[in-house]
Design a protein around this ligand. Structure first.
Ligand SMILES: C[S@@+](CC[C@H](N)C(=O)[O-])C[C@H]1O[C@@H](n2cnc3c(N)ncnc32)[C@H](O)[C@@H]1O
Length: 241
């Protein structure tokens, strides 16, 4: 097992976009397998901690294939509306298909192809927001948090769910082994091994809880708290404008 990431440099935006376009056909299935379905629970926690309530207008950034946006839309019924933004059209195509399923078709969601670093919304527009596994992947984390801050109404909250590195050394070893010895080989079986090899280096580059809090405060948020979950292997950053 290599202890160092293959590269500490962030891949260029186009490379990230290509990656998510390419893995779209297997993305949801692999999420379910590799997290043993737990990503659904963590996403429900993020939706709850975003403070979204019936009637709210909410934003899900880096919405991918849409499960967090769908969950958010369930929470803002009746009368609410969700906007899901992502720059990978293949992911959005899957989100639109899921939205057409009978259990989802009545949910109010607008799917938007766009860059979360340059949101097409006015200032102070949204009552709550979520980001699931997106902040780690954007080219400029500070800029993303600044855009999030800009479009939220004063006092509105956002919950940002992503991987995190646990404090305990044995959990760190478990996490690295799991990502390199379980996730990569399973995705390899499905023909996407090199694509999933990005996970571990992206986690090593990603600021940890305290650093995320500092970045959120620098972006203007009056409050920012990071909650480690799943034994510290995941975390939710809750910010309040
Ligand atoms: C790991 S996926 C997460 C998808 C979904 N939120 C989830 O929780 O399963 C990260 C998503 O971020 C999107 N993304 C990364 N940078 C972006 C950007 N600058 N603008 C829009 N989407 C971006 C990718 O296209 C990808 O769909």
């Amino acid at each position: 097992m290599s202890s160092e990431p293959t590269t500490l440099n962030k891949p260029p935006t186009e490379q990230v976009q290509d990656l998510f376009e390419r893995i779209a056909p297997v993305y949801d299935q692999l999420n379910d397998w590799l997290s043993l379905g737990l990503h659904r629970v963590w996403k429900q926690m993020a939706v709850k901690w975003s403070g979204a309530k019936p009637g709210d207008h909410c934003l899900d950034l880096c919405c991918g294939s849409g499960d967090l946006a769908l969950e958010l839309a369930r929470r803002v019924r009746p009368g609410g509306q969700v906007w899901g933004v992502d720059f990978a059209s293949a992911q959005l195509a899957i989100a639109r298909q899921r939205h057409q399923q009978p259990s989802n078709v009545n949910l109010s969601i607008s799917w938007m192809l766009g860059d979360v670093l340059n949101l097409p919304f006015d200032d102070d527009r949204f009552d709550a927001a979520t980001i699931g596994y997106g902040l780690r992947n954007v080219e400029n984390i500070s800029h993303c948090l600044q855009e999030l801050y800009r479009v939220l109404r004063p006092q509105a909250k956002a919950a940002v769910l992503d991987f995190h590195r646990p404090d305990w050394p044995w959990m760190q070893t478990f996490q690295q082994c799991y990502l390199e010895w379980v996730v990569v080989p399973i995705s390899q079986q499905m023909g996407y091994g090199p694509d999933y090899a990005y996970l571990w280096p992206s986690l090593l580059r990603f600021p940890q809880g305290k650093a995320q809090v500092a970045l959120a405060k620098a972006a203007g948020f009056q409050s920012a708290i990071h909650y480690p979950i799943a034994g510290g292997t995941m975390g939710v950053l809750v910010v309040t404008k």
